[in-house]
Design a protein around this ligand. Structure first.
Ligand code: AP5
Ligand code: MG
Length: 223
């Protein structure tokens, strides 16, 4: 049995922060559709150009574009034993496309990070990312030891363009209207666990880790 682990949650919920740790501990490739788009943007590909307009406006990239990109990525060899998704699916159409793609040997486990909107705005506005290794910091909650420099690789830290206050507001609205229905979608299918993501990163991680090491009737361990 092979597993797809989905980390579901609003912008700034901590999906990337938690996914990096889970991926390392459980030996799963971490696939973030936002990171894939940003990679395309910095490599100035056609896909990057297309995604840019949507991302800068805080809107979702059209389903067919994201699905094609994601399916191309998970068709690679490192995903044959399972993978961890961060930021996909984000619409019911994307969830259905993923489900149609997976054969019966695959199980899907969705873990939703539940965080109130007011906390999310502070998290996104203070986020600092490393240009070199992508490591995620925060001006207050995870301040780098040396200002502007990544703790892990000493790369330069930067702010995401879509973390500007107005864009975060738009991203939150889009989350509520387009992505939240996935809570019901996965909930109805018995594939959803909800974790309180408003606590410290370590506390959140402890819960996520426990969920992944616990079998459910319908699922098996990832390890
Ligand atoms: P994407 O990059 O996925 O952005 P997002 O979903 O808005 O989520 P974020 O990356 O902003 O937040 P996160 O949950 O990863 O939080 P993080 O760990 O960094 O997508 C960007 C854009 O790409 C979309 O808007 C869309 O245009 C497009 N796109 C991507 N996927 C798509 C799809 N499937 N369909 C259509 N379009 C798509 O943490 C945030 C900050 O908080 C950090 O500074 C961190 O240090 C801090 N932090 C984390 N956890 C905690 C904690 N527990 N306590 C205190 N601080 C914390
Ligand atoms: Mg992220």
């Amino acid at each position: 049995m092979t597993s797809v682990v989905i980390i579901l949650g609003p912008p700034g919920a901590g999906k990337g922060t938690q996914a990096v740790r889970l991926a390392a501990e459980f030996g799963l490739p971490h696939i973030s559709t936002g990171d894939l788009f940003r990679e395309n943007l910095s490599n100035e590909t056609e896909l990057g150009e297309l995604a840019k307009t949507y991302m800068e406006a805080g809107k979702l990239v059209p389903d067919e574009v994201v699905i094609d990109m994601l399916f191309g990525r998970v068709a690679q060899d490192d995903c044959t034993g399972g993978y961890l998704l961060d930021g996909f699916p984000r619409t019911v159409a994307q969830a259905e496309a993923l489900s149609d793609r997976l054969s019966e040997e695959w199980t899907t486990r969705t873990m939703q990070l539940d965080v109130p909107d007011e906390v999310l705005v502070d998290r996104a506005s203070g986020r600092l990312l490393c240009k070199g290794c992508g490591n995620i910091h925060h001006e207050q909650f995870k301040a780098p030891a040396k200002e502007g420099v990544c703790d892990a690789c000493e790369g330069e830290l930067y702010k995401r363009a879509d973390d500007a206050a107005e864009t975060v507001k738009e991203r939150l609205e889009v989350y509520h209207s387009e992505t939240k229905p996935l809570i019901q979608y996965y909930g109805e299918r018995g594939m959803l666990d909800v974790v309180d993501g408003s606590r410290t990163p370590d506390e959140v991680y402890t819960d996520l880790r426990a969920l992944l090491t616990t079998s459910k009737a319908s699922e098996q361990e990832v390890t």
